[in-house]
Design a protein around this ligand. Sequence first.
Ligand code: NDP
Length: 399
Amino acid sequence: MNKTLIIGAGGVGRVVAHKCAINAATFGEITLASRTESKVSRISSEIAKKHGVSVAVAAVNADDASQVAQLIRKTKANIVINVALPYQDLAIMDACVEAGADYLDTANYEHPNLAKFEYKEQWAKGALFKNAGRMALLGSGFDPGVTNVFCAYAMKHLFDEIHTIDILDCNAGDHGYAFATNFNPEINLREVSARGRYYEKGKWIETDPLSQKIVWNYPEVGEKDSYLLYHEELESLARNIKGIERIRFFMTFSQNYLTHMRCLENVGMLGIKPVDHNGQKIVPIEFLKTLLPDPATLGERTKGKTNIGCLFDGVQNGKKRRVYIYNVCDHEECYREVLSQAVSYTTGVPAMIGAKLMLEGKWKQYGVWNMEQLDPDPFMYELNQQGLPWRIVEMKPEK
Ligand code: NDP
């Protein structure tokens, strides 16, 4: 029987735990571990009540690889699903190699004191995983994650050459608060307030934060302002999609969100360096996280939909082709199924699917892998089965 260890009990961790419990025939004995034991216990009780599945709980500080390795040995886990924060990625990867478990995450490594993220340090562990006969799957959320799988699917089935990709991410949900973020506030605000960047003709082009905007008509949502951001999947896709000329990422924000964010930035509340406050050191963005609503509590009050997809331009059989692949997810439907809003749902479900394919041997490899390097077909099949159906729209190619 498989044994599964999930680390992290925030909004995403809750969805992963529920979905693994729903798919208990694959995941076997499930343990949910996090820093704060009360959170894992609460999730375990709600799963027992809702799905009749027992999930064991544990407390762990995942910054400490030896603690994680000890927990892997104790639970005899053959896979670790890391849905804690990006700061813990390297320690949890090391623990997996040491104690002998496969690894999966949804966000690439970030150093707490540097507002920068890249795959370099995780890719560098490729040989370690290979030599240990283990697999690490990086970025198995929605974006990164499903967007990478959409790219692999387009490459396999729809195009001979893909020239440009625009990833289009819209959350049209309303939680009724003046300001809140839909996933970890610290990670979210660091990402959005950073300089933009995209890849074109072999070069990375930098832009001022939120300085480039397009308007896109998102099916089932409508037209929305969408701003160019740097997003982590651009790094691996620019490397793995052969012949790609340009790849960009756009995300929607309301004027209300942007006004709040700029104001917080202007007064220094997004700072990541400690400041002295009445003789105590505090990190402004960490304090802001304490003040803002916990994303894990937004589920029951969020209404509306998300729409995330990829727009491809390229050539098939000598003809220009433009194709849009997307998923629409409804916040209230997600809450009914797993007591979470759609941003956590669209991240947690693909994390469960990636782990399911690894455990079933359909995505079994050795070393460190990004999603677009694996066969997209079983993943696309599972998306339709597990609550994230996708659609393909043929569009008129640009001249
Ligand atoms: P939350 O902040 O809601 O939850 C994070 C969880 O990790 C909390 O339970 C927290 O514990 C736990 N944690 C933090 N530090 C440690 C530690 N040192 N040891 C053990 N546990 C720890 O975040 P989300 O659930 O919103 O996000 C989870 C991950 O998903 C993040 O990495 C995020 O970047 C990623 N993500 C990926 C997306 C994608 O599409 N690819 C989209 C959205 C998010 P405590 O409760 O004690 O603080």
